[in-house]
Design a protein around this ligand. Structure first.
Ligand code: URA
Length: 209
């Protein structure tokens, strides 16, 4: 398979089951998305560089390692990406934030951009692009295309749930960009929703249905 990291830790899988359950309330769904996102942040930053600083413990001076959080940019694909963003910011509080506003034309399922804002000096930053659902892959590819124009040091894509079709479409355009996901489902319906999936992630996150 292409560069896909399927995060199957029991904690992640357990929380995903509750997110999929249609009886789960908006409130609980939002909390679960934050919790899963923190666990995914742990995996996606696994190979991020550390630098050395001089500190003093209560007993002795030492050289210690730190992650430069300011070099990380979490890029939220609006609107449901903001659920992952909020969770990841709890564990990466110094990270910078970018936003890509993209909606799917319901007729053509093609991605249309309406907003784009990134921090400056992207060439020295590692971008983590987040969207809960990698369904057809059109929005993800459009978002990655735009972020790549800013020439970040590296790019990774994080979602909660991916379809096989979405992964294939994504990696046709961006074979070198790794995908981190908590689950992979087999099918898409005629409206481009993942089956069995978890429904409309934005509606379930914000209670808009
Ligand atoms: N977006 C969603 O919110 N859910 C899907 O299943 C597909 C795209």
């Amino acid at each position: 398979m292409s560069d896909v990291h399927l995060i199957q830790h029991p904690l992640v899988t357990h929380k995903m089951t509750h997110m999929r359950d249609k009886e789960t309330s908006t409130n609980r769904f939002r909390d679960l998305m934050h919790e899963v996102s923190m666990l995914l942040a742990y995996e996606v930053t696994r190979d991020f560089p550390l630098s050395s600083v001089d500190i003093e413990t209560p007993l002795a001076p030492m050289k210690a390692s730190v992650l430069d959080g300011k070099k990380i940019v979490i890029v939220s694909i609006l609107r449901a990406g903001s659920g992952i963003l909020d969770g990841m910011l709890q564990i990466l509080p110094s990270a910078r934030v970018g936003h890509v506003g993209i909606y799917r034309d319901p007729r053509t399922l093609v991605a249309v951009e309406y907003y784009f804002k990134m921090p400056p000096n992207m060439e020295s930053r590692d971008a983590i692009i987040v969207d809960p659902m990698l369904a057809t892959g059109h929005s993800a590819v459009a978002a990655v295309d735009r972020v790549l124009e800013t020439e970040p040091r590296s790019v990774k894509f994080v979602c909660l749930l991916a379809s096989r079709e979405g992964i294939a479409f994504f990696h046709e355009s961006h074979p070198d960009i790794p995908i981190y996901t908590a689950a992979i489902d087999d099918a898409l319906n005629e409206k481009g929703y993942i089956l069995p999936g978890l429904g409309d992630a934005g509606d379930r996150l914000y209670g808009t249905r």
